[in-house]
Write a protein that binds this ligand. Structure first.
Ligand code: GTP
Ligand code: MG
Length: 270
């Protein structure tokens, strides 16, 4: 396992996008950026820097599952001198779905207005955080409850994937849209901004997916709760540092979970 060495950290090179220019936020309007981590020490320090570049008024919550590479310890050190940074430690690798639920519950319980979730591996470009935040409550447009950073709307895309990954992702999205009746184009991406007042209507205990099918399942529950959805284009980039945590077993489990949810959808069982 590679150990974190700050001198090996990639240098920041922020593209010229404007940070999120909000009016002065009251605590009730604040955004919590949420990131689930397992062994992301090669990515997290620079990611945190970029998040605060684009959303300086946001707070950040890292949900770490006792990463052997010290990601959680780095987060504790960071939170000791930056009050915007919060860490939630779990005792072991309990799955991305439950980590995201823990983060969303934290956002609700602590009175944040928005919870903006992203992966730690730079697949979700931090320079699109302002677009997600601006899109959920546009000054002269239709507000939505979930704004999705989408690979599959005009202007969006994916860099660095082999054909196999493209086919899998397209297949999972078509499968989820068809079985769950979702209208959004990108149902499997985790780069999303949620309005917490709508999340608070959900019964999180009824969300059964522990792993990757969580992304589709929460959209399905939100749809049933009457949520409004929007999508803004993002360019998703394949992870460059650190290792993927998804394996064939988790991918098959996710497909099975969506199938079971599809059964609930079509039979009306809750
Ligand atoms: N806390 C926690 N985080 C996790 C767990 N599994 C994955 N993650 C995090 O979830 C995010 C997405 O995981 P990835 O391994 O990048 O999975 P992916 O993006 O679907 O797959 P790749 O495209 O191969 O990177 C990353 O920030 C991971 O560190 C888990 O069990 N617990
Ligand atoms: Mg990834």
């Amino acid at each position: 396992m590679a150990r974190w060495n700050p001198s090996h950290a990639p240098k920041s090179a922020f593209p010229r996008a404007l940070p999120y220019q909000s009016k002065t936020m009251s605590s009730a309007e604040k955004t919590l950026v949420t990131v689930a981590t397992y062994n992301e020490i090669e990515n997290l320090p620079r990611l945190v820097e970029e998040i605060f570049h684009y959303a300086p008024e946001a707070d950040l919550l890292v949900v770490d599952d006792n990463s052997p590479d010290g990601t959680g310890r780095w987060c504790d050190d960071q939170s000791a001198h930056d009050p915007r940074v919060h860490c939630l430690h779990r005792h072991g690798k309990l799955g991305l779905g439950t980590a995201t639920i823990a983060a969303l519950r934290y956002a609700i319980d602590h009175g944040y207005q928005y919870a903006l979730n992203m992966d730690a591996d730079f697949s979700h470009p931090p320079d699109r955080i302002p677009a997600l935040l601006a899109g959920i409550d546009p000054p002269d447009g239709r507000p939505v409850d979930v704004m999705i950073g989408s690979r599959y709307v005009a202007g969006g895309g994916i860099e660095g994937w082999p054909l196999r990954r493209h086919l899998m992702s397209r297949g999972v999205n078509a499968y989820a849209r068809c079985l769950l009746g979702l209208k959004t184009k990108d149902c499997s991406g985790a780069f999303r901004c949620y309005r917490t007042s709508v999340l608070a209507r959900l019964d999180f205990a009824a969300i059964r997916s522990r792993g990757y099918a969580f992304q589709e399942e929460i959209l399905w529950h939100l749809k049933r709760a009457g949520a409004r959805f929007g999508e803004v284009p993002i360019t998703f980039t394949d992870r460059r540092l650190g290792q993927s945590k998804i394996n064939a077993k988790e991918a098959v489990a996710a497909l099975g979970a969506i199938l079971a949810l599809g059964f609930r959808n079509w039979t009306g069982r809750s």
